[in-house]
Design a protein around this ligand. Structure first.
Ligand SMILES: *Cc1c(COP(=O)(O)O)cnc(C)c1O
Length: 461
């Protein structure tokens, strides 16, 4: 891990770090962050806009002009309506995988024509709604395809429909996010006996199946392996189209899963790197014969979010310095439970929100939850954090503060977007209000406080 945040590199990464520093200071100055708001999530609006523009440019650079492309943001990465709206304005659609995610995309005004539904457990009602709205659906398995058969027979639909396959090209360094292993739960496992022939026949029998989907990448997966998954998918589409004697499959959905560099400020690999690898490894994908859908999540948002938490106390135990902050397992669940797989860079700020100078001192940065493993970082060398300072967990714009984990009934923090105000300062917009304690009670059965004792009284009669 690069413990000292590198502002010296200039360029995009340096500018992003500078904006982040200014946002932390302004958040303290403006009272969004302080003794009574001890943890917040911050989102860099300029960074998000730029990431969206870079994604579009990356694929435009390797595709013939006019090739239909839909970049559908994987809503699960940052399920916040204002983020979906911002991305929509930047030309990015939505990939949804639950009724909640679909509702969020609709609340953000993402049209059905720019929405893709992909969950592995879609109910008949979800499928019916998707087809009624005209949302693209990728069937996960033969049983789901039977449900689509019935719906397509019952009513015409505008929904582009496809099947999700698992090319079984192998996993990466993180088991829980590897989707293309031999036994992954997603899609039709293509190398299993008889599976490939089943898929080909399924398309031959259903002229309305016009898409083919695979999502084989994720954190910990090398680009070359991701490209192999796409190559296998492309080869299958070619085989199907040859079998049926026409270009029935007109669009390939290559999923998302571009890994994020959590070890340094730089964006690496970039979407442009991946697009180039794809164009090289699967030239037929990029010759304009197929429309393209992508579903990037983490790589679009991770670098543009920051958790900032106040240091409530500092102490020492067994010779180890410990800063007890308000950010732990509730906002950084993956990192706390699997620190080896999901390490985060941390930055130290003083009580006024200014980057903290000083020599690096090895310390633990702990969260507020009541179990000893609740650590944002263990034995990390950082400028010494003191009471009233702030610790920031960087690159947390995806799968972190938007994925609150209600351990210890800790309240969801407020989330604010920031952008330069044009007068040398930072302006903030509320993305999500901080949860109140009254809301915590309401969501935790507050209205039913006597439900169980009443039940016992009835039962004993
Ligand atoms: C999670 C998911 C994505 C996004 O993955 P990232 O690693 O966040 O890019 C895309 N497509 C599907 C089907 C997914 O399940």
């Amino acid at each position: 891990m690069e413990d000292v945040v590198d502002h010296g590199t200039g360029g995009e990464a340096g500018e992003r770090a500078t904006r982040r520093d200014e946002a932390v200071r302004a958040a303290v100055e403006q009272g969004l962050l302080g003794p009574d708001a001890a943890v917040v999530g911050l989102l860099d609006v300029i960074g998000i806009r730029k990431a969206a523009a870079d994604l579009r440019a990356a694929f435009d650079a390797v595709l013939p002009p006019g090739t239909p492309v839909l970049h559908a943001f994987a809503v699960k990465a940052t399920p916040l309506a204002p983020v979906l709206r911002l991305l929509h304005e930047e030309g990015i659609g939505a990939e949804v995988a639950s009724p909640g995610e679909l509702a969020l995309a609709r609340a953000a005004g993402v049209p059905a024509s720019r929405t893709v539904l992909d969950s592995p457990a879609k109910t008949p009602a979800e499928l019916r709604e998707a087809l009624a709205l005209g949302i693209a659906v990728n069937a996960d398995n033969p049983q789901e395809l039977e449900r689509l058969d019935a719906l397509v027979r019952a009513a015409p639909t505008r929904s582009p429909l496809g099947i999700r396959v698992n090319p079984q090209v192998g996993g990466g360094t993180i088991g829980a996010t590897s989707t293309a292993t031999e036994t992954s739960k997603f899609g039709v496992a293509l190398r299993d006996e008889g599976a490939r022939e089943w898929v080909v026949q399924a398309y031959a029998d259903r002229p309305w199946l016009t898409r083919l989907h695979a999502h084989t990448g994720s954190q910990g997966i090398p680009l070359a392996l991701m490209a192999r998954g796409v190559a296998e998918t492309y080869a299958l589409a070619e085989e199907i189209n040859a079998r049926v004697g026409r270009r029935q499959i007109d669009t390939l959905d290559i999923g998302g899963g571009l890994p994020v560099n959590f070890a340094a400020e730089a964006t690496a690999p970039t979407h442009a790197d991946y697009a180039r690898v794809l164009a090289e490894a699967v030239p037929g994908l990029c010759d304009g014969r197929y429309g393209l859908v992508t579903e990037f999540g983490r790589s679009l948002l991770a670098k543009h979010g920051t958790v900032v938490a106040r240091v409530e106390y500092t102490k020492q135990a067994g010779g180890r310095r410990i800063a007890v902050t308000h950010a732990g397992v509730q906002v950084a669940t993956r990192t706390v439970y699997a620190p080896g797989a999901w390490p985060l860079r941390l930055a130290a700020y003083d009580a006024k929100g200014r980057p903290k100078p000083g020599p690096a001192v090895v310390q633990d940065v702990a969260g507020p939850a009541c179990f000893s493993g609740d650590l944002l970082a263990e034995g990390r060398a950082l400028p010494l954090l003191e009471q009233g300072d702030y610790a920031a967990a960087l690159d947390t714009g995806a799968y972190y503060f938007a994925h609150h984990y209600a351990y210890n009934s800790l309240a969801r923090p407020g989330i604010y977007g920031f952008a330069p105000d044009g007068a040398g300062g930072m302006a903030f917009a509320t993305v999500r209000e901080p949860q109140t304690v009254a809301e915590v009670v309401a969501e935790s059965g507050g209205a039913h406080a006597f439900a169980l004792t009443t039940l016992r009284a009835h039962g004993s009669r």
